[in-house]
Ligand binder design. Structure first.
Ligand code: PMP
Length: 362
């Protein structure tokens, strides 16, 4: 069978070792004679899974003690609503940085609850798409928080700069497609959230890391299942959590720890990105139009100079075991998502294919 590398943007590939272990223990988990998805979330056995996952995540991200970790439902979009509902307090506005598709989607949802101060950082530098640095973001004095998305999964644009707006500014960030891919100073943030289906595990689980002084401020209209305080008071088990996704996320955290943690994967992610962008930049056949400083290391959109070859590229790459390279319908072209689970060999296989495809069709 051809070795398959899956470049899906999410749900995305999971580490092969994790899938093997999950398969081995699927029908008889820890000698219980049942799978982990068939036991009570309130039983001792599952509580251990939950506690281990949280501890491993705290270790991996060096999460300070004054932050709570919540394992939630509702995905990234659920958090688009949860943020204003939890953080607005008696204010009526928040700063929203519109860096791309997902940041804009967060703004659309937030408008149900507040009047956003929208900051548009998009600029063109030397013909390439870029984002203004944080010092040029005009924050409002009235804002309850500032929200941005450090990695735009569809646009392939990233903000790697760490926020430093002073201790009075609450920073909330959508890390859905970049969490655990490089070191992050959690103490710079009020809330970090991420849907699991890219760097963490299967869809259905959403992580929220929230500073504890931000609890207790939810609007009365906030649904209990989105209320950080309710979730925290109930150890993320106010309602039945997505237990299998939580268990699998725990296996991914262990895998990452065994492989040297975030610092080690960061180096590999850089190598993968360098290899892919290098291949694109060396040719006139492919192009990526994001300025170097804002290029995403997780999601690499690229276009063929002749878009009439798109279908052929997708067919031939799929046949070569390189799956899910079609760009998002909003932007077209190609996109390779190269999250933590994608080995360097997968990106090597992709770039070898691209060079060969260009040789045959360029
Ligand atoms: N934010 C980002 C950065 C995303 O990439 C996505 C999904 N691709 C979302 C939010 C939405 O996540 P969900 O589908 O889990 O609601």
């Amino acid at each position: 069978m051809t070795q398959v590398y899956n470049f899906s943007s999410g749900p995305a590939m999971l580490p092969a070792d994790v899938l093997k272990l999950a398969q081995q223990e699927l029908r008889d988990w820890h000698g219980l004679g049942t799978s982990v998805m068939e036991i009570s979330h309130r039983g001792k056995a599952f509580i251990q899974v939950a506690e281990d996952a949280e501890r491993d995540l705290r270790d991996l991200m060096h999460i300070p003690a004054n932050y709570r970790v919540l394992f939630c439902h509702g995905g990234g979009r659920g958090q688009f609503a949860a943020l204003p509902l939890n953080l607005l307090g008696d204010k009526t506005t928040a700063d929203y940085v519109d860096g791309g598709y997902w940041a804009a989607s967060a703004i659309k949802e937030a408008k149900k609850y507040l009047t956003p101060n929208v900051i548009d950082p998009k600029i063109i530098v030397d013909g390439k798409r870029a984002l203004k640095p944080m010092r040029d973001w005009q924050l409002s004095d009235e804002a309850a928080f500032v929200h941005y998305c450090p990695n735009e999964t569809i646009d392939g644009i990233a903000i790697d700069e760490m926020p430093d707006f002073g201790s009075d500014t609450v920073v909330a960030a959508d890390f859905s497609s970049t969490i655990l891919s490089s070191p992050v100073d959690v103490s710079r943030f009020g809330v970090i959230y991420a849907g699991a289906q890219k760097n963490i595990g299967p869809a259905g689980l959403t992580l929220v890391i929230v500073r504890d002084d931000l609890l207790g401020k939810a609007s009365v209209a906030c649904p209990s299942i989105l209320d950080y305080t309710v979730l925290n008071d109930n150890d993320s088990m106010f309602n039945t959590p997505p237990t299998f996704a939580w268990y699998l996320a725990g296996l991914v955290f262990k895998w990452l720890k065994q492989n040297g943690g975030v610092a080690a994967i960061d180096k590999i992610n850089q190598q993968k990105a360098d290899l892919l962008y290098g291949t694109i930049d060396r040719s006139d056949f492919y192009r990526n139009d994001v300025a170097t400083a804002n290029r995403s290391r997780m999601n690499v959109p690229f276009q063929l100079a002749d878009s009439r070859l798109d279908d052929l590229f997708l067919e031939a790459s799929f046949a070569a075991g390189l799956h899910a390279l079609k760009g998002h319908r909003a932007v077209g072209g190609m996109r390779a998502s190269i999250y933590n689970a994608m080995p360097l060999a997968g990106v090597q296989a992709l770039t070898d294919f691209m060079v060969d495809f260009e040789r045959r069709h360029g």
